[in-house]
Structures are given as C-alpha cells and as structure tokens.
Design a protein around this ligand. Structure first.
Ligand SMILES: C[S@@+](CC[C@H](N)C(=O)[O-])C[C@H]1O[C@@H](n2cnc3c(N)ncnc32)[C@H](O)[C@@H]1O
Length: 334
C-alpha cells in the first residue's frame, strides 16, 4: 500500500493510505489509467456504490468526440463490468447531462436507461439536479438541470433516509384527524429531499450578488472543466451505503467522489486516465485526510439574493426603453 507515483513526479509517501492498484485491504485506491484496465482487476460483487459522471462525448479536453452510437457501445462494455463488480445489494448513480450535435439535443439519461435495463438493473429514482446558472442559449431554452439515474442491482438494497433529510418548510403542521389528531405530522429530523436537488455547481452567486465583477469562486473549483460538487456525492453515499462500504468512481476526474467518501468514513476507489487530474485528486485526497480540504458543507443553503444588490436592479440605461419598462411592469405587477 505504500505507493510512490513516479509517473507524475510526485512522491505520495506522506499519504501512504493511497494505493494505485486494486487491493482488497486498501481504504483508498486511485488507479492512474484507463478504467477498462482497472475494472478487469476488481473481483466480482465487491463495491457497494458506483457513483460517477462519465465523459459526455462533448469533445472536452479529456475526450475525443465520436458518434453517439460508438460512444454508447463503449459505455455499454464498461457498464457490463460495473454490473459484475457491484455487490448484489449495491447501487449505481449515473450523473449525466446532454450530448449536443449540430444544435440537436440528445438527453443522455434516456439513452443510458436502455443500457442499464439490458443488464438487469432496477431504476429507483431519476433525480433532477437543478442549478440556477449556466450558459445562455439563443436558439433553445437555456439548460438548467442534469440528471442522476439511481439504479440498484436487486430488490434488496440500502436506503437510509435520515442522514439526508432536509428541513421541513412547515415543521409546525399537525394531524387534523384520526388517532394522532393534534400531534405534529412531520418528522423532527426533517423531510425527504425529493428527487429534485438544488446543489450548487459553482457557487458564484454570493460573490456575484455582493461584489459585482468578482470571478466565479467556488471553494471546490479546480482546473477540471466538469467537476461535480462534493455535496452531490455525499447525499448519494449517505443514503445508499454504510460506514466502511466501498464507493467507486470509474471516471474519477479530480477525485470528488473519493474525497466525499473519505469525509464520510467510506472506503474510496477511483480510476482516472488524465495524469493532471490524478495529481489534483491526490492533493484533494491528502487535504481531506488532513482535514483541510476546502468544500461546501452538506446542507449549506443556496444563496438567495435579497433584491437590493446592484445586480438585481434594472440598469439605468433600460429605464427609458419602453419594451424593458413593459417587461418590468409585467414582472412587478403580474
Ligand atoms: C465528467 S469527468 C468526471 C469529473 C468528476 N466527477 C470530478 O468531479 O472531478 C469524466 C472524467 O473521466 C475521465 N475519463 C474518460 N475516459 C476514461 C477512461 N476510459 N478511463 C478513465 N478515465 C476516463 C476523463 O479524463 C474525465 O476526467
């Protein structure tokens, strides 16, 4: 387990908890290479949760764009292996957005659903991960959500609701009839978070509202172009695994799933083919082991503008524009 990853010119002897190959005893494994090669080394029915955001075939720095048919066929081979290594009571959370070709949108979860069903997985939730910002489209409505498909391998699976409950909107509600009449009707730990999750991808809102022109500045942001937030993984792993279970991310990027596992006392496994991301992942793993990783704590509310910020005000230049005034009247006096 004492690994020195000479490939990246980094000496990891001070974080000797990290193995670079599959080791049944290791608490943390980060394989620096192709997930297909790594998967072949993992025994059957080993991991409790597979949580990942696969490449979307969008031609990002780390992928070469292919036809959607070829892409899905290659992913199907990976998913077949994932089915093999997943425990019979295990879960898989597959986080995807859209593939876009010549302006046409292909919702990837729709395509993936058929692949997972082919291997015998059971869908438990299609979770909408909603975010309040992103690119502004001009020829279609701007995209503001992605999805997480949560499948289980069988009908016997772990689901712990209590660690992921969220505050109720009306905790004071009471039963108005029946034997519990007059007693509180909710749960003191809060309510089910539902299948629509608002977890910020890039928490630039607070900075943007309060100090206009400050650059996006999420505490977790690294050089990776498609990193997901730690909190997104935390919600899945707290609900779907127990302490010391193994959590695996086949497309680990900068190690978000692994650090979420470490922060919550789960065993962490990942594979990532890009050396630069592996190096960042190692740093984040070290930081989480040392308790110094910068991250949003689970349950941190999304910042809501008060309406008084400069960026919430109608610009002076628009005040004389009759069309803009009409719009303002419409939103203020619906
Ligand atoms: C969407 S990103 C995942 C980012 C990750 N969720 C995070 O928060 O950092 C997909 C990652 O898969 C990696 N990848 C793509 N194909 C791979 C393969 N065959 N084996 C291992 N990693 C691969 C890419 O380099 C990229 O970092």
């Amino acid at each position: 387990m004492n690994e020195i990853l000479f490939d990246y010119g980094i000496d990891f002897t001070d974080s000797n908890e990290v193995s670079s190959h599959y080791d049944a005893e290791a608490r943390i494994i980060l394989y620096p290479g192709d997930t297909n090669d790594f998967l072949a080394t993992i025994p059957d029915e080993t991991v409790a949760l597979i949580m990942t955001s696969p490449p979307y075939n969008l031609g990002k720095d780390y992928e070469s764009r292919t036809s959607i048919e070829y892409y899905l066929e290659a992913q199907s081979q990976v998913i077949k292996q994932l089915y093999r290594i997943l425990r019979s009571d295990g879960s898989i959370c597959w986080q995807v957005g859209n593939f876009v070709d010549k302006g046409e949108v292909y919702p990837l979860d729709v395509f993936y659903y058929g692949i997972f069903k082919k291997f015998g997985f059971h869908l438990r939730n299609r979770i909408i991960w909603r975010f309040g910002h992103g690119l502004h489209a001009s020829k279609r409505f701007s995209g503001r959500y992605e999805t997480i498909l949560w499948f289980t391998k069988s009908n016997r699976y772990t689901f712990n609701l209590d660690p992921v409950r969220v505050p109720s909107k009306y905790p004071g509600k009471r039963h108005f009839k029946g034997p519990n009449r007059g007693k509180p009707s909710g749960n003191p730990l809060g309510k089910n978070p539902s299948d629509i999750w608002e977890i910020v991808a890039q928490d630039w809102e607070k900075e943007l509202w309060d100090i206009p022109n400050v650059k996006a500045n999420h505490p977790e942001k690294t050089d990776h172009p498609c990193q997901y937030p730690i909190e997104l993984v935390e919600r899945c792993l707290l609900a779907l695994t127990r302490e010391n279970d193994q959590v695996f991310d086949p497309y680990a990027g900068v190690g978000t799933s692994l650090v979420a596992a470490i922060l919550n006392n789960r065993r962490a496994i990942g594979s990532e083919k890009e050396a630069a991301y592996v190096a960042i992942a190692h740093q984040r793993i070290r930081d989480s082991l040392n308790g110094v990783l910068r991250h949003r704590s689970i349950g941190t509310p999304v910042h809501q503008p008060t309406g008084n910020e400069r960026v919430s005000q109608i610009p002076d230049e628009w005040k004389d524009d009759p069309e803009a005034r009409l719009f303002e009247e419409r939103i203020n006096y619906p």
